[in-house]
Design a protein around this ligand. Sequence first.
Ligand code: NDP
Ligand code: GDR
Length: 348
Amino acid sequence: MTKRALILGITGQDGSYLAEFLLGKGYEVHGIIRRASTFNTHRIDHLYQDPHEDAPRMILHYGELSDGVRLLRLLYDIQPDEVYNLAAQSHVRVSFDEPVFTGDVTGLGASRLLEAVRMSGVHCRYYQASTSELYGATPPPQDEDTPFHPRSPYGAAKLYAYWMTRNYREAYDMYAVNGILFNHESPRRGETFVTRKITRAVARIKAGTEHEVYLGNLDAIRDWGYAPEFVEGMWRMLQADTPEDYVLATGQPCSVQEFVQKAFEHAGLDWQDHVRFDERYLRPSEVDALVGDPGKAERELGWKARVHSGELARIMVDADIAALAHEGGAWIDQAVVPQWPTLRSVTP
Ligand code: NDP
Ligand code: GDR
């Protein structure tokens, strides 16, 4: 029997890798996308299957975490075996600007989805994208038993979603689990997260189109892994015999400054010539250090991170240099090239 998965957040970094991974395993993959005035599916366009083809295995539906009625309808119609809730307002700094919206989508959104699963009566396994941001001010190493102390509206919203997931497991005997994932990055990482911001800047500085990049706190320590490896861990959590929460991490600390250094060095550049400070990238309350202990996932799921920060920086710099070269080529090849100079800098 073909298994059916439903992914919320399929257009994001993790959703795109998870969709690829599940299609590779023979799943029928359903994804929920948001209506936007511009196309927002660039990370999954290569997976698109024409709905007019016979039995497409990737099917997209419009939906929103803020619309519980729509979620219930989709659950009922799709009847998935596995539901992955990867959707969120996922930017920590932005959550300080939009705390209420973040609470609604990132926190209450999970609650709406869990309730839709319960009310639909569909027997499925549920994955909640929880985060190392739950630990916040609690010092590392952090594992499944470490107390939580979130330091942002995002972290607080995810904490609510974490407990709602556990509550549905305990109250309704649902197979509902939290993956407590530490930072994981890739060439598909959103452009405003620090690793991608750095590697994109390195590519542009190397190409000579930019000279500097403005960053905030360089002292923060993170545990940076590689996103394609982490989505496999999500899937493994839903294949286990019993529903439990797991930390996924590399266990290796790396400061923002060290990541900067590795990325610039890989391109033959000295970071100190190009990195400037801008206080607007500081957070009202910072999370100083997150370093996970992934021992439980290694022992019980057979999952282990292989790519660490140094290789990750190299993968991302190489990809951004290649993307820039491709972008340059595609730009020149266009029949009609707009003449006003600013357009080039706003083209992603
Ligand atoms: P992204 O920000 O790349 O993707 C977020 C996804 O959520 C996008 O598909 C986005 O759609 C969708 N989304 C946002 N708001 C809504 C909404 N109101 N209704 C429906 N969908 C919505 O995140 P990542 O892929 O990096 O992360 C995936 C999940 O894992 C997130 O929940 C994140 O908080 C969590 N997480 C991420 C970690 C990481 O290091 N990457 C670590 C730990 C947890 P659109 O494309 O239309 O904006
Ligand atoms: P984070 O990722 O907050 O850990 O959340 P981000 O890349 O935004 O920040 C990491 C660290 O870098 C510092 N920093 C900067 N950050 C950004 N974005 N831009 C800058 O210019 C900059 N300069 C320094 C930050 O202060 C921070 O300490 C990510 C998200 O994917 C969450 O959804 C996820 O839950 C966590 O990782 C685990």
